[in-house]
Design a binder for this molecule. Structure first.
Ligand code: ADP
Length: 157
């Protein structure tokens, strides 16, 4: 049987406890999950790809089902390249839902063989997002309650 491969695309700028929660809970559903760091030219990132990847490795490096890659271009094209039939996304709010709905429906028109799967975070994590974490770091605050244990987020040099 074909391996059930999902990609979990995002900026992970930086990885948060919200990302961690979604990925952990999706693990039993798939044989492999590729954390796919999107290199989006129109989006200015705060941390370098290398730094973001390093933190993700710290969290999931020992998980045999998880691989980390970066990509440019359309997410569905990356799925085809790595033979993934599932796109994993987290839904925090109704705004996320509206945004994700149109992307997933349009992806379905372009690539009906690829299914988008949504997971809701546990309630206490639904207020966490990377934008807020970056803001805290930029202003010298302590972001440790929002990022996975052991991740030492500091402003880039
Ligand atoms: P993107 O720019 O693609 O939204 P992010 O790194 O912000 O990249 O998010 C990647 C995925 O993780 C998205 O599906 C997003 O909804 C999900 N996510 C981020 N934070 C949380 C959270 N606190 N709870 C649930 N899902 C989350």
């Amino acid at each position: 049987m074909n391996k059930r491969i999902a990609i979990f695309p995002g900026s992970f700028d930086p990885i948060t406890k919200g990302h961690q929660n979604i990925l952990r809970r999706a693990l039993p559903l798939f044989d492999e999950i590729i954390i796919a760091i999107g290199k989006n030219s129109s989006k200015q990132n705060y941390f370098s790809i290398e730094q973001r990847e390093k933190w993700i490795k710290q969290v999931f490096g020992n998980e045999p089902k998880v691989r980390i890659e970066s990509y440019t271009g359309l997410t569905i094209e990356f799925c085809k390249k790595v033979n993934a039939k599932f796109i994993l996304r987290g839904l925090r709010t109704s705004a996320d839902f509206e945004f994700e709905k149109s992307i997933a429906q349009n992806n379905n028109i372009m690539a009906p063989e690829i299914e988008t799967v949504f997971i809701l975070p546990i309630p206490e994590l639904s207020a966490i997002n990377s934008t807020i974490v970056r803001d805290i770091i930029r202003n010298g605050g302590d972001a440790s309650p929002f990022v996975p244990k052991g991740i030492d987020v500091k402003a880039p040099n």
